[in-house]
Design a protein around this ligand. Sequence first.
Ligand code: NAX
Ligand code: ADP
Ligand code: K
Length: 516
Amino acid sequence: MIRAYPAAAIQAAEEPVLAATPADALMVQAAGALATTVLRELRALGARRPGSVVLLLVGGGNNGGDALYAGARLARRGLVVLAALCAGTVHERALATARSAGVEVHPLRSGAELDVLALLTLARRAGVWVDALTGIGAAGGLREPLAGAVRALDDERLASPDEPLVVAVDVPSGIGVDDGALPGPVLPAHVTVTMSAPKPGLLLPPAAALAGRIEVVDLGLDAALAAGAPETAARLTAADAADLWPVPGAADHKYTRGVLGLVAGSARYPGAAVLATSGALGAGVGMLRYLGPPEPAALITARHPETVPGPGRVQAWALGSGIDPAAADRAAAVREALAQALAEDLPVVADAGALALLPERLPATTLLTPHAGELAALLRSRGHDVDRAQVEAEPLRHLRAAVDATGATVLLKGATTLVAGPHGPVHAQADGTPWLATAGSGDVLTGITGALLAGCAAELRSDTRRGGDLLARLGATAALVHGRAGVRASGGGPAGATDVARAVPGVVRELIEGEP
Ligand SMILES: NC(=O)C1=CN([C@@H]2O[C@H](COP(=O)(O)OP(=O)(O)OC[C@H]3O[C@@H](n4cnc5c(N)ncnc54)[C@H](O)[C@@H]3O)[C@@H](O)[C@H]2O)[C@@H](O)CC1
Ligand SMILES: Nc1ncnc2c1ncn2[C@@H]1O[C@H](COP(=O)(O)OP(=O)(O)O)[C@@H](O)[C@H]1O
Ligand SMILES: [K+]
């Protein structure tokens, strides 16, 4: 699992090490890794090492200090290194080291003013820009004059015939380090070299999209971080998903593997029920019972004769895909299944139409799977004044609000899918492709999720009693498999939801065989 720690946790873990080591030892170590990344990126671009020009965007804190020490190394290796000092004072020892290594130093700040024209002239000379304006010590979006400088650099980047390579130090300056917000301008990075551990803002949208590839520099703080406050954001890897996946043993039969009850589809949207079924069967559910009107039922049995129509005992429920909550009969079927699930303490995944049919409070064994528009509607139904754009701008805040308002675990679908429950970190999965943004794709996810809940129902019940977050991890696992199925089905081009569902068994096989 990739674990991301907020600024305060990183600072707390660093404190004893800083006190026990010579001045700047940690910073010099961080700078060494940063310099190595810059050299590696230059080599990958086929650039000549001597003669390549690197621009350091240096702010007033230790983040700028990292860049100055790294610049000193690069200058000693024959690169031309320009340091644009964007703060009135910068890290003094790092600056002295950079100067004596031959870094060209350009103080651009005079009081509240920053010479943006001079900055752009330097920027045009350089093929690599190292963004070290602010790191984990910053609060809020970049203030002027740094905000204006970043806006000008971003325009220059877009206008430049050879787009410069941007390497961010620790985080792209100006992101919400702890929540992934974008409160102001930020220079998008190709690579972020982050110290000790990822920061939540590197995993969480919308900021995560500006971080590029993430390289973590081991500064020996892992044990201290693990002993401190738990991570606040996480991302499951393929190995984590494989560990959580319910793989049948020799003693298993279809009932022990889990039966899923599906209330989905309607005369208007019959295909949604088929897609959810395809997702669940592709993910290996022991049995699927379908409860719905004749038209989708006939489609499902024609397509998947292994499906069992009509009621019976189940271990989990999947509700709502392709259901209009205004249609009285389908709404009643969702409510009835929900009441049964609550009475029997069974896990539920509630999607689409079911999201408008929920009681005020839900148990933590319920997983809601809205997209941003549905999350906004859910919050409005609980008295919050919020629209889709606001959810997209601050997804974590609104996800947490939905968890608080309902008591449920919530999976917010998007390019990065976020999952959080009342306990544990937010899981941020970015496994898919924009080709997944296609009608019916979410129905396939509901099916995959339902299969997982049915297969893990017993563990889920005891985990929930202990206040664990297994349901959120299972939601994240479903998102990972769905995202990978999208990538596999797409192969770089279009793929329909049917293709995504068809790719699920292959993705699961690769996972449990241990492919990364
Ligand atoms: N603590 C340490 O010894 C280590 C920290 N490391 C680096 O140190 C960084 C943290 O350093 P600092 O705590 O000095 O803080 P930063 O360098 O992140 O930022 C502080 C500077 O930014 C300015 N600033 C703060 N908020 C701002 C805003 N909204 N707009 C514009 N300017 C703003 C402050 O006035 C100050 O000059 C990390 O991100 C990492 O890069 C690494 O060197 C590893 C070791
Ligand atoms: N830009 C994107 N990149 C990757 N995945 C995406 C993107 N946009 C949407 N998705 C994924 O596609 C699915 C769309 O689901 P949903 O909005 O419910 O569609 P539908 O209701 O048509 O099934 C979700 O799993 C979501 O995470
Ligand atoms: K930075």
